[in-house]
Design a protein around this ligand. Structure first.
Ligand SMILES: [Cu+2]
Length: 165
């Protein structure tokens, strides 16, 4: 009987410590963000023979669902990947591919081409910014993106669309 009582007390202590941490101590930057029900519809293209995303910078409010339609203008495949959100989709030639996801973290993330596609493959990088500017100072690296160790930011402008609501 004592054994079960001990187990029960341990379970209660474990659950309540988790609850207390989640409620009072967890920093706001840790853990997933809640969906706000807002949707950002983004039309993107891969510019023919330029290995560039257009737009190459996307900025959304935290909790916004992204409906991203990408038209690949090239006659060969590309891929769209963001490691931290588990996204990696093939973009077939002269076809629109739609990817739906709600970023579960705020921050600054690179998206990149995940299919070896030619001369500009390693430069085919864009940036997704989720949330307030102050939350997004550090770039979250793509751990699978071994082909470019610096995991650099996009240098050339790009337009900001789907701004915060
Ligand atoms: Cu590529």
């Amino acid at each position: 009987m004592n054994k079960y009582l001990g187990l029960l007390l341990f379970a209660i202590a474990l659950l309540s410590s988790g609850f207390i941490y989640q409620t009072y101590y967890r920093p706001s930057g840790v853990g997933g963000i809640k969906s706000t029900g807002k949707v950002a519809i983004i039309n993107m293209r891969v510019i023919k023979n330029h290995w560039k995303w257009d737009p190459s910078i996307i900025k959304i409010a935290a909790g916004t669902k992204i409906v991203l339609s990408i038209y690949n203008e090239d006659t060969y495949d590309h891929g769209f990947a963001i490691d931290v959100f588990g996204i990696n989709r093939r973009l077939f030639p002269q076809t629109t591919t739609t990817i739906n996801f709600t970023p579960s973290l705020s921050g600054k993330f690179n998206f990149y081409c995940s299919v070896p596609c030619g001369d500009g493959h390693y430069d085919q990088i864009g940036t997704l910014i989720v949330g307030e500017e102050k939350d997004t100072s550090a770039l979250v690296p793509n751990k699978n993106f071994a082909c470019n160790a610096t995991n650099k930011l996009v240098k050339d402008g790009g337009e900001i669309i789907a701004n915060r609501n």
